[in-house]
Design a protein around this ligand. Structure first.
Ligand code: PMP
Length: 381
């Protein structure tokens, strides 16, 4: 907590300066993710003598920063990714944004950035979304992606915690991520996260080391990297998404819906938490129908370690039902095969009848989450 004398972020004094040159909205048919930013940005900065400054919403513009700033030198950067959706009632909605705010507070703490009150950041985000409302696409499957970012701005080369920071929020319209089942390349020569590292936090430095293996995966014709960990080749995450595996239970009673546990190496995704909670809700099970025959299959959600060889075994025995990638961008997406060491080692059943190639559990999870996001349903956790 900042000392009493330091100002906490206070939204009541927000200043708003609107652009006099609003941009044309991008054509949604040719929209590329993360390229067309909206008219404004929200900002506030922290100084050790005064705390968080009066927040501002102002026209989107470059930042001016000292080249010695710790964000450039030592990677003191954290961010969040969340979406605003327009409901059938034309109201803008955020999906469980308190979870993003808690995660932002924790990420900042992990990098010893100045502390912030996430509730006030959320208020700032809500005011920003209201101002940018015309940028939220009205088409189903589309949304307005928000990127709250905090950078360390201490302009000294001594490698120490940044006692100064800038928080800004930028945003862009975004469309459906993948509609085809993806292929993953499992890698074990590079790791995304390790015990005691920062994998469980949303810090910028977790991402750039993944770009080289991602380039290699693309060169081999795969969509994303499947991150493994350790000698036993534990399955961790796919690209910047959490993963779930759906497996038939040995006793034939229902399906295990498994995701790796939050051991500090897994990013605690909002979508991941929502999938686990939905899969634990007996009223949700009624939506699951396997082969169109068994209505209301029981699901057994669990946070459990599983390995690449578990996946190979389940795929060979025919017990592997689905492999899913989940996250804000993709919501819930299907995987059809996993490659490793030059060959495909896991084949996941395909579901060509589903528009996204999702199996029974993935389809129901995606539908329920989208219904809440788009304001057709209230979230019941
Ligand atoms: N893993 C990583 C590494 C991520 O960057 C993200 C995106 N925040 C996720 C998982 C999914 O998290 P969420 O559901 O909160 O978007």
């Amino acid at each position: 907590e900042p000392e009493e004398s330091l100002a906490r972020l206070d939204i009541s004094k927000l200043t708003i300066r609107l652009t006099d040159a609003p941009k044309p909205l991008p054509d949604l048919k040719t929209l590329v993710f993360g390229v067309s930013f909206s008219d404004h940005m929200a900002t506030t900065s922290f100084h050790p003598a005064t705390g968080w400054s009066t927040p501002e919403i102002k026209p989107y513009a470059p930042l001016t920063l000292d080249p010695a700033s710790s964000c450039f030198q030592y990677g003191c950067n954290v961010f969040e990714g969340m979406k605003a959706y327009l409901g059938p009632d034309s109201k803008a909605r955020l999906f469980r944004p308190e979870l993003n705010m808690r995660r932002l507070e924790r990420s900042m703490e992990r990098l010893a950035l100045p502390p912030i009150n996430g509730d006030a950041v959320l208020e700032l985000i809500k005011r920003f979304v209201q101002i940018e409302k015309r940028w939220i696409p009205k088409l189903p499957g589309y949304s307005f992606y928000l990127r709250p970012t905090v950078i360390g701005t201490r302009a000294e080369l001594g490698p120490a915690a940044s006692d100064q920071a800038v928080l800004y929020i930028i945003a862009c319209p975004s469309g459906p991520y993948w509609s085809h089942p993806a292929s993953l390349l499992a890698v074990n020569d590079t790791v995304r996260a390790w015990p005691g590292g920062t994998g469980g936090h949303k810090v910028g430095g977790n991402y750039s080391p993944g770009f080289l293996p991602q380039r290699e995966a693309s060169a081999q014709g795969y969509n994303q990297v499947l991150w493994l960990f350790g000698e036993e080749q534990r399955v961790m995450e796919a690209g910047a998404m959490n993963v779930f595996v759906v497996v038939r239970r040995a006793d034939g009673d229902g399906l295990d819906v498994l995701t790796p546990p939050l051991d500090g190496m897994i990013l605690p995704g909002v979508t991941r938490a929502s999938c686990l909670e939905l899969a634990a809700d007996p009223t949700f099970h009624a939506h699951i129908s396997i082969d169109g025959s068994i209505e209301g299959t029981t699901l057994y959600p669990g946070e459990r370690v599983f390995t690449l060889s578990d996946l190979e075994r389940w795929s060979t025995s025919g017990d592997l039902v689905e492999f899913l990638c989940v996250g804000t961008a993709a919501v819930v997406a299907a995987v059809h095969d996993i490659g490793f060491d030059g060959r495909v080692v896991v084949r996941v059943p395909t579901y060509p009848d589903d528009p996204n190639g999702l199996g029974p559990v993935g389809r129901a999870l995606r539908e329920q989450i989208l219904a809440v996001q788009e304001g057709r349903k209230e979230y019941k956790g």
